[in-house]
Design a protein around this ligand. Structure first.
Ligand code: UDP
Length: 313
C-alpha cells in the first residue's frame, strides 16, 4: 500500500485518479482549493477510511504529515474559459504550485508526476505532435497563461530531476472527456452535450473545421499509471490519436443524444489551435499503452453523467 497525494483531486481528472488509487488499495490524500474542483466529484469516496480531503491552495506552503510515496500534480484551471477568467491563478498554480509540490516530493523522497498538456505545442506547425516538437505558443495571447505556466512547470520539473535527482514524470495530456466534466467549463464536450440535452443550439466556434482528438478518461488514467511506474523522465504524450473536426464532433453528440438541436456558428476564440493530434509512438513503445475506448462507446459512457446533472433523466 502506498500513500499518494493528488493535487486537484476534486477535479475531473483528479477525482478519477483518486478513485483508481483507492481501487488499488492505496491511501489517498486529495488536495484541492475547490476553485474549479467540486466536492460532488469525490462524494462517493469520502466514506472510504483510506481517503482524506485537504482543502488547500497548492500555491501556498504545503504541509503534509507523515510519509508520501507518490504525488500526482493535477491542480489547475484547465479549460480555455477558466483560464480566461482565472489568468493569475492559472499562472500561479502552474509555476508556484509546481515549485511547491516538487519541494514536497524532494522533502518526502516521493515520486512525482506532473500533468502537462498538449497546449505546450500551441497552434502546432507539425502534425501530428510528437514529444520532440518544441511548439508554437503565443506567450502573450489569452491562452499564454496556461501554456507558459505548463511549459515552466516542465522546465522546473526537469530541473528538480537533474539537480536534486527527484523521481519525476511529465505527461502531456491531450483532449480528454468523460463523466464529471463540469457542465459549464466551456470545453467542447460539456458544452455540446449539455446544449444538446437541453435542446439548445450547439455552438461550434469558427467554421468547425479545426480538429481535436478526444481520449476517454479511463484510457487516459491507465496511461498515467503506466507512465508513473515507468522510468521515463522526459515528457510523454497521452491521448487518443483519432482525429475529428469539431463540426463532426458536435454532430456526433447531437446524434447520440437524439436531440433536435441545430449547430450554430460563433467566433473562433483567439489562438484556438487549428489542428491537434497526439503522436503516441513513444507511449506505445515505452509503456505498451494505447487507447481502447472508441468515440462512440466513450460518448455513450459519458452521457448518463450529463443527463443526471442536466436533469434530463
Ligand atoms: N469549441 C466549440 N464550441 C464550444 C466549445 C469549444 O466549437 O462551445 C471548440 C473550440 O473552439 C476548439 C475545440 O472546440 O476548437 C476544443 O475546445 P476545448 O475548449 O474543448 O479545448 P481546447 O482543445 O481548445 O483546449
Amino acid at each position: 500500500m502506498k500513500r499518494i497525494l493528488v493535487t486537484g483531486g476534486a477535479g475531473f481528472l483528479g477525482s478519477h485518479l483518486c478513485e483508481r488509487f483507492l481501487g488499488e488499495g492505496h491511501e489517498v490524500l486529495c488536495m484541492d482549493n475547490l476553485v474549479t474542483g467540486d466536492l460532488a466529484n469525490i462524494e462517493a469516496l469520502m466514506p472510504n477510511p483510506l481517503f482524506h480531503f485537504i482543502h488547500q491552495d497548492v500555491t501556498e506552503f504545503i504541509h503534509v504529515a507523515g510519509e508520501l510515496d507518490v504525488i500526482m500534480h493535477f491542480a489547475s484551471p484547465a479549460s480555455p474559459i477558466d483560464y480566461l477568467e482565472l489568468p493569475i491563478q492559472t499562472l500561479k498554480v502552474g509555476s508556484l504550485g509546481t515549485h511547491k509540490v516538487l519541494g514536497l516530493a524532494k522533502a518526502k523522497g516521493a515520486r512525482i508526476l506532473i500533468a502537462s498538456t498538449s497546449e505546450c505545442y500551441g497552434d502546432p506547425l507539425v502534425h501530428p505532435q510528437s514529444e520532440d516538437y518544441w511548439g508554437n505558443v503565443n506567450p502573450v495571447g489569452p491562452r499564454g497563461v496556461y501554456d507558459e505556466a505548463k511549459r515552466f512547470a516542465e522546465a522546473m520539473t526537469m530541473a528538480y530531476h537533474r539537480y536534486h535527482q527527484v523521481e519525476t514524470r511529465i505527461v502531456r495530456i491531450f483532449n480528454t472527456y468523460g463523466p464529471r466534466m463540469r457542465l459549464n467549463d466551456g470545453r467542447a464536450l460539456p458544452a455540446f452535450m449539455s446544449q444538446a440535452l437541453r435542446g439548445e443550439d450547439v455552438t461550434v466556434f469558427g467554421d468547425g473545421s479545426q480538429t481535436r482528438s478526444f481520449c476517454y478518461v479511463d484510457d487516459l488514467v491507465e496511461g498515467l499509471m503506466r507512465l508513473l511506474w515507468s522510468n521515463e523522465n522526459l515528457p510523454v504524450n497521452i491521448g487518443n490519436p483519432t482525429e475529428i473536426t469539431i463540426k463532426e464532433f458536435a454532430e456526433r453528440v447531437i446524434e447520440l443524444t437524439g436531440s433536435k438541436s441545430k449547430v450554430v456558428y460563433r467566433d473562433l476564440p483567439v489562438d484556438d489551435p487549428k489542428v491537434r493530434q497526439p503522436d503516441i509512438t513513444k507511449a506505445r513503445e515505452l509503456l505498451g499503452w494505447e487507447p481502447k475506448v472508441d468515440l462512440a462507446s466513450g460518448l455513450e459512457r459519458t452521457l448518463s453523467s450529463f443527463q443526471e446533472r442536466v436533469g434530463a433523466l
